[in-house]
Design a protein around this ligand. Sequence first.
Ligand SMILES: *Cc1c(COP(=O)(O)O)cnc(C)c1O
Length: 360
Amino acid sequence: MSKRAYNFNAGPAALPLEVLERAQEELVEYQGIGMSVMEISHRSAEYEQLNAETQELLADLLNIPAGYKTLFLQGGASTQFAMIPLNFLTSEKVANYVITGSWGKKALKESKLIGETRVVAQPEKFSHVPDLSELQLDNSSAYLHITSNETIEGIQFQQFPNIGDIPLIADMSSDILCKPIDVSKFGLIYAGAQKNLGPSGVTLVIVKEDLLENTPDHIPSMLRYDTHIKANSLYNTPPVYSVYMVNLVLKWLKEKGGLDQVEKFNQEKTKLIYDVIDESQGFYVGTVEKQDRSIMNIPFRLKDEALEKEFLKQTQENGFVGLKGHRSVGGMRASTYNAVPYESCKALSEFMIDFQKRNG
Ligand SMILES: *Cc1c(COP(=O)(O)O)cnc(C)c1O
C-alpha cells in the first residue's frame, strides 16, 4: 500500500486508517445483503438499525442524559447558525453570543438576520477566551451561544459558563468528542462531521427536547428541530453513507477506550508541537494564550514571517499536508483531530526542530 500523508487538514480532515479499511471491506457488500450501504433504502431495517446504533454510540461515549435527542441533519454547521435563532429566538427574546473567533462571527451574523441579538463578550484580540464567571443574563435571553473551539484561531473553552436556566448552545464542530464533556450543561450542541466525526455531509445535533415547545408556527418543516425529532431523524432522506462512516468512527473511539483516553492521546500529541514552539526561543510564535490553547488546532507563526513560505514549501516536500493557516489569518496551522496519529505529530515536531536548526 502507498504511504499515507501526514494529514493536518483543517476540514474535511484525516479519518482513522482502520475506519477507512473497514469501509473498504464493506464497500460493495454490506453485512451480507448483496449491496453497498449507499444503495440501501433509508426506510430499510438495515438503516433503522444503523441510525439507532449510531445514536446509542453517541449517548454512550458522551454520557448523554435522558431528555436529549440526537439528530443527523444536513446543510452543515452553517445551517445550524440559522436554525438556532429560527427555533429559539422568539419575538420578545434576545439572543446572546460570546465571540472568540471567525466561526462565532458567522453564527452571529445569521442570528442578527432573524431577531434581536447581542454580543455579551468578545476579546479585543482573538488570543483567549474571555472570563465569563461574572456573566449575568436577564430573563429575556433566548440562549447563550458559544463556539467551544475556534478552528481558525485555535482557541478552546476549558470550562463552560454557568448561566442558570438559560439554554447554553455550543458549536462543537471542531472539538466534539476530543474530551469528555457534561452534556447536561447544554440546551443544544451541534457539529459538522467533517472535522472530528467522519466525512462531510452530516451534521450532528444533540438537543434537549423540552426547549422545542416554542418554535414559531411559520418556520418551514425542514428547519424545525421538532420535525426531525418526531421523525427520529428520518423526515427526509438522511445522508446514509456519512452516518455509516460516523458510526465506524464512534466504534473506533470506543475501542480506543472512550473519551478519557482520547483526551489523553490528544494532549500527548499536541504537547509534542506546543513544546517545540515554547522551547524555540521565539523562532516559532504561538498565537493563543497558553491556558486557552486548543488540543485540536494549533496555529503558529515564524518570528521571521518571510520564512513562512519556505517552511510550508519544505513541509510539502516532506509529506506533510494542510499546514497553511487559514487565508484570513495567515501563518501556519496544524489540525490534530482525534484521527491524526501520534506519528504525524511526532514527525512534525521533529521537522520543526530541524527546520529551526537550519534557519535559526
Ligand atoms: C468548519 C466549521 C463550521 C462550518 O461547518 P460547515 O459544515 O462547513 O457548515 C462551523 N463552525 C466551526 C467551529 C467549524 O470548525
